[in-house]
Write a protein that binds this ligand. Structure first.
Ligand SMILES: *Cc1c(COP(=O)(O)O)cnc(C)c1O
Length: 455
C-alpha cells in the first residue's frame, strides 16, 4: 500500500515471550543489596513484598520468559498496539528522516503501564494474595493497576497518589475508584512513613519516593498484602518488551529498520520496553543503532545524577539498587509531568547507559509541551506530558537529519495520551508553564545522604 500510515498486526502476533536483555548484556548488572548487611539480597529478602514468580523474573538471565496464556488472552483487549508512520509530521518538520511511533495510548488506561499491571496482578492472584498496594505519580500506574485488578477479579487495590498530582488530576482518582480501587493522596496519615513526613512538612507536595514508602510499609505489615511497582525493577521492564517485539514485526511490514530509537524515561520502563528488543538484536551482532533516553531537565537522574547504590524510596524500606540517582530524599519541582518525577532510574537502563549503549538527554518542559502540541496538530493525538519528552527528543533527531541531509529512520514511543492531563495543557496554553532551573542545592543535599554501602 503506497503512503501507508498504520501498521497493524492481528492478535496471533501478540508475543508469546517477554525478552530478557540480561541474557545478552556484555557484563552482568550489579546485584540488589540488603540494606542492613550490604550483601546481595536473596529471594527471602524480597518475599515480604513480592510473590516468588516475580522475584524469579527479577534476577533470571534466561532470554525468553513465557507469557502465561491467560495474560496473553487479556492483552487482546488492546494489543497488538498500532505503529504509525508520521507522514504528516515529516512534512510539517520538513525533514528527510522517516519518523515512526508506537502508540501505547490505545490501552484502556491510556498508557503502556497495563502491559505490566496485568501480569503483576495475575502472578499475585496465583500466589493467593488478597490485596495490592502501590504508588502513583501522574495516576497512570494507579489507573493501570486498578484496571488489572478489576480484570483479574477478587484482588483489592490500594493506591497512594503523589499529593500534587492528585490535586492537578482529580479525574484520575475517579477513574481508579470506578474500577474498585481506593486512592489516597500521599503523604497520608495512614502509615508511619507518611505521618513522619507530614510532621516535618504539613504542606509537602509529595514525591514518588514518599508514596512508595507508604505502599511498601502497608504491604510489609500484612501477610495477605503485597506491593506492585509500575517501573524501575527488571521484571517490570521485562513485561514492557511486548512493545519493542511488536515493533520489530511492524517495521518488517514497512520494510524499514530504525537507526534511532527514542523514549522518555521516568523510571525507564517504556523506554526499555521499546528499546531492549532492538538493543538485544544489536548485542547479538545485529545492526548498530542509536538509543536516546529523554528525561526532564528538572529531574535529571541519568544526565546529572550519580551512579550509586541507593534506596528506591524516601523512608529507606526498600533494598539498595545501583542506579543513576539524585538521592532518595530529593523532592523534584512540581513539573506537569508526574510520571517523570522519580529520583532514580531502572538499574537495567542505568547499566546500559554506563556501558555506553544509550545516550541520555535532558529536556525542559516548555520544549516538551511545544513539541507535543506541534505533534498533535500534525498527527491528531494529544500526547501525555511524559510522552511529550519523547516527541521533543524525536524532533531534535529529525532536525539533525535535516541539517546533515540524512534520511535516517527514527522510531519513538508515544507511551500515552494526554486526555487526563488537560490542566497541564491549560497552563501551557495560558502561558503559565515555566521551565525550572536545575535544582542544584536540593540535589547536592540529597546526594550527601546516599547510603555508604557499596559506593
Ligand atoms: C509512568 C509513565 C511514564 C514514566 O515511566 P517509565 O517507567 O519511564 O515509562 C512515562 N510515560 C507515561 C505515559 C507514563 O504513564
Amino acid at each position: 500500500m503506497p503512503d501507508q500510515v498504520k501498521y497493524l498486526l492481528d492478535e496471533s502476533s501478540i508475543p508469546t515471550n517477554w525478552y530478557n536483555i540480561q541474557a545478552d548484556l556484555p557484563s552482568p548488572m550489579p546485584p540488589i543489596l540488603h540494606p542492613g548487611t550490604g550483601q546481595p539480597a536473596g529471594p527471602e529478602d524480597l518475599a515480604a513484598i513480592f510473590p516468588d514468580a516475580l522475584i524469579a523474573q527479577e534476577v533470571t538471565t534466561e532470554r525468553d520468559i513465557e507469557i502465561p496464556q491467560p495474560v496473553r488472552e487479556m492483552y487482546k483487549a488492546w494489543r497488538p498496539a498500532p505503529l504509525f508512520r508520521a507522514r504528516r509530521l515529516e512534512k510539517e518538520l520538513q525533514t528527510p528522516a522517516k519518523i515512526y511511533y508506537k502508540y501505547e495510548g490505545v490501552s484502556p488506561a491510556g498508557s503502556h503501564k497495563p502491559n505490566t499491571a496485568l501480569p503483576q496482578a495475575w502472578y499475585n492472584k496465583e500466589a493467593g494474595v488478597k490485596k495490592l498496594t502501590t504508588e502513583t505519580g501522574a495516576g497512570q500506574w494507579g489507573s493501570s493497576l486498578a484496571l488489572a485488578c478489576a480484570m483479574i477479579g477478587d484482588i483489592e487495590c490500594k493506591v497512594f497518589m503523589v499529593k500534587c498530582s492528585a490535586q492537578q488530576k482529580p479525574y484520575r482518582k475517579a477513574f481508579m475508584e470506578s474500577f474498585g480501587a481506593t486512592c489516597t493522596p500521599s503523604p497520608s496519615d495512614e502509615t508511619d512513613s507518611g505521618r513522619a513526613i507530614l510532621a516535618g512538612d504539613p504542606k509537602c507536595p509529595g514525591s514518588l519516593g514518599i508514596a512508595i514508602s507508604e505502599a511498601v510499609e502497608m504491604a510489609a505489615k500484612d501477610p495477605n498484602t503485597k506491593y506492585a511497582l509500575g517501573s524501575v525493577l527488571s521484571h517490570v521492564l521485562l513485561h514492557q518488551t511486548v512493545i519493542g517485539q511488536e515493533c520489530i514485526k511492524q517495521l518488517e511490514l514497512a520494510g524499514d529498520d530504525p537507526d534511532v530509537i527514542v523514549g522518555c524515561t521516568g523510571g525507564g520502563s517504556n523506554f526499555a520496553g521499546l528499546a531492549f528488543p532492538f538493543l538485544g538484536d544489536q548485542l547479538r551482532g545485529g545492526k548498530k543503532r542509536r538509543f536516546v533516553a529523554v528525561e526532564p531537565a528538572a529531574c535529571p537522574s541519568l544526565t546529572r545524577g550519580k551512579y550509586a547504590y541507593d534506596f528506591g524510596d524516601t523512608a529507606h524500606l526498600t533494598p539498595l539498587v545501583k542506579m543513576h540517582t539524585l538521592g532518595s530524599t530529593f523532592v523534584p519541582p512540581a513539573i506537569h509531568t508526574g510520571g517523570l518525577r522519580y529520583h532514580g532510574m531502572a538499574p537495567l537502563v542505568s547499566h546500559v547507559v554506563e556501558l555506553g549503549l544509550c545516550d541520555p538527554i535532558g529536556v525542559h518542559q516548555l520544549e516538551a509541551f511545544a513539541a507535543g502540541i506541534r505533534f498533535a496538530k500534525a498527527e491528531g493525538i494529544l500526547p501525555a506530558p511524559e510522552a511529550n519528552h519523547a516527541v521533543a527528543g524525536a524532533f531534535r533527531e529529525a532536525e539533525r537529519c535535516k541539517r546533515e541531509g540524512k534520511s535516517e529512520v527514527i522510531l519513538f514511543n508515544l507511551c500515552g495520551h494526554g486526555h487526563f492531563d488537560m490542566s497541564a495543557y491549560q497552563a501551557y496554553n495560558a502561558g503559565e508553564l515555566q521551565d525550572y532551573e536545575y535544582p542544584e542545592k536540593e540535589i547536592a543535599m540529597a546526594l550527601a545522604g546516599l547510603p555508604p554501602m557499596g559506593n
